[in-house]
Ligand binder design. Structure first.
Ligand code: SAH
Ligand code: SF4
Ligand code: F3S
Length: 561
């Protein structure tokens, strides 16, 4: 799945602003530039005046709109060095989108801060997937408003609500006690400079238009954490699947794929910047189809494996996920490639073959099952039954024997009986997952389930089922992870362990968190030269212990994939 981060708010690290554009410079730098130009060039030539810089049009990608009041000069419509603080909730798509937002705002002269008390603008990137995700955000908005009121310059601080909650609740967000000044849905981030310009005159501004083709393909995301060894690359947006419980198709709109050329450019850039792991992102990454690509000869309609179906018409032709994955893997054989979230319906052998043959495409597959019961799966409109899912698991393990599997499950969906729920427990037990994300069902308005079914499983039963799912999952994950003991695993080191500076953590190919002690190691196997273990290094590790959550090991030597 796209991992839920509702509990982990990202307070994003500040990034040194580089004064690339004149409009982003401080007034003294601007003055210095003007002086320099008049001294170095012919002093009799008139240099540019301040007016010339202020009258530059708004960033090319952002359309000027008549909604911008005429009394705004262009400096106000630009960032004019205002500091933005981002607070990101929800899944990785929101993290990736925030990097697009930051790219757009940086081009418009905004600065970024990691100190909320110094911010002129606070942008909260939100999630609507379950009611408790939204409740947390409401609570936070109230705290932010209180904070804003305490500040002496409070009228100047603007609070913007971005992401899925903006799309779900639209105008009602502005009515709600004026908690926010700006509302922008996931497809309207290009419009943010204009929305911010409007809000600077104390008006509220909103754009929640969904688009059929927006992929932000021409915008190079600016990474929020440049020191991280891994990066997210969004390859598609939206979802056509319409699972009956899910709000995402309503908040993120129709499925559309980003052209392969723009993805490859970003991956090449990331590889040159030293990134060691990319995760391709989308709600259904394996339904990827770049129909603008000339590279794929196929003009056929995608075929689904026996036992899988969709509610929408399958696209024809175009470059597919297996081809994309293969191309991405060739950019840098020392850069790991992962992807999330795939849907079980789109696992043709070609994808499995790419994973089997490309060493840097990680052999870990997220296979969100949601339920183990055929009737519940049917009510959820997942497009497969229990048997088709189990057949797929067997097929995947035949081709990729060492694969690590992860999944998402929902308990307490409308009408779920105790017997139906037991099928989920037996499926978790039978398949055995290394990682699982387990949720109690939360009814969302607008979804088919809201129209068609009754949310009739009481909360205490949902809670009880969640605990029981977790127990079965943990027992099996513990067993599976213990099988790694004695193995040699290649770990990509990501940083210090949360618990102690004397330990580092990284991940193996199967995406399992692995803890190792800090220290120096031979630069390669059998070498007498040693160097310290650093973030971004590949290390061969002898696994000595494991539980349902982590592996622990003894680092042996520096290595490559
Ligand atoms: N496209 C991704 C899902 C993104 S949402 C996928 O299909 O894997 C992440 C997970 O949230 C889903 O897989 C599902 O398990 C869970 N989820 C979605 N809607 C939910 C709801 N209404 N209540 C509880 N969990 C939900
Ligand atoms: Fe939601 Fe289903 Fe689409 Fe995933 S595949 S985003 S669960 S509708
Ligand atoms: Fe992601 Fe939450 Fe939206 S899971 S797609 S941010 S509803």
């Amino acid at each position: 799945m796209l991992t839920q981060r509702a509990n982990n708010v990202y307070y994003l690290a500040a990034r040194k602003f580089c004064f690339r554009r004149l409009v982003g410079r401080s007034s003294c730098q601007l003055a210095r530039t003007l002086t320099t130009s008049s001294v170095c060039s012919n002093p009799l030539q008139p240099g540019p005046s301040l007016k010339d810089f202020l009258k530059q049009p708004i960033a090319a990608s952002v359309e000027r709109d008549s909604d911008v009041p005429p009394y705004f000069d262009s400096l106000e419509a630009r960032g004019a060095n205002q500091r933005v603080f981002f607070e990101v909730y929800g899944c990785q798509m929101n993290v990736s989108d925030t990097e697009i937002v930051w790219s757009i705002l940086e081009s418009s002269g905004y600065l970024k801060t990691d100190d909320i008390f110094k911010a002129d603008i606070i942008l909260v990137v939100t999630c609507s997937i379950r009611d408790n995700a939204e409740k947390k955000i409401w609570h936070r908005l109230k705290q932010l408003r209180a904070m804003k009121r305490k500040r002496r310059d409070n009228f100047q601080i603007k609070i913007g609500l971005l992401g899925c909650m903006a799309e779900r609740l639209k105008h009602s967000l502005l009515e709600e006690d004026r908690l926010v000044d700006i509302v922008a849905g996931p497809d309207s981030y290009r419009d943010l400079p204009r929305l911010l310009a409007i809000s600077s005159s104390n008006q509220t501004a909103i754009n929640v238009m969904l688009s059929r083709d927006e992929t932000y393909a021409d915008i190079t995301p600016v990474r929020l954490n440049e020191n991280s060894v891994s990066a997210y690359v969004s390859i598609m947006r939206g979802c056509n699947n319409m699972c009956t419980y899910c709000i995402v198709p309503f908040t993120r709109g129709r499925e559309r794929s980003r052209p392969v050329g723009s993805i490859m450019k970003e991956i090449e850039f990331l590889s040159k910047s030293g990134v060691k792991e990319v995760t391709l992102l989308g709600q259904n990454v394996n339904s990827y189809r770049d129909s603008s690509s000339q590279e794929s000869a196929s003009n056929d309609v995608a075929k689904l494996a026996k036992g899988f179906k969709t509610v929408y018409k399958l696209p024809k032709g175009g470059l597919r996920f297996a081809e994309l994955l293969d191309q991405v893997a060739t950019v840098d054989p020392q850069m790991r490639v992962r992807y999330t979230s795939p849907h079980p319906k789109d696992f043709p052998d070609e994808v499995l073959q790419v994973i089997a043959h490309r060493k840097n495409v990680c052999a870990s597959i997220h296979l969100p099952a949601q339920s183990g019961n055929t009737q519940v799966l049917d009510r959820m409109r997942r497009g497969y039954d229990r048997e088709a899912y189990l057949d797929l698991v067997r097929h995947i393990r035949d081709i990729l024997p060492g694969v690590a599997l992860s999944s998402d499950f929902i308990c307490g969906f409308c009408g779920e009986t105790e017997n139906e729920f037991n099928d989920t427990l037996t499926l978790i037990d039978e398949v055995g997952y290394n990682v699982a994300y387990l949720f109690a069902y939360s009814m969302r308005k607008k979804t088919t389930a809201h129209r068609r079914y009754v949310d009739d499983v009481p909360d205490d039963i949902k809670r009880d089922r969640l605990i029981r799912m977790s127990q079965v999952f943990r027992r099996r994950a513990d067993e599976l992870n213990r099988r790694y003991i004695g193995n040699r695993e290649v770990i990509l080191v990501e940083g210090n362990s949360k618990r102690s500076n004397e330990f580092l953590f990284g991940r193996n190919d199967g995406n399992l968190k692995t803890i190792i002690p800090v220290g120096e190691l031979p630069v390669e196997e059998h070498s007498n030269f040693r160097k310290p273990i650093r973030t971004g290094d590949y290390i061969m590790v002898h696994v000595t212990d494991a539980n349902s959550q982590v592996l622990k090991g003894q680092p042996l030597y520096h290595c490559t994939i």
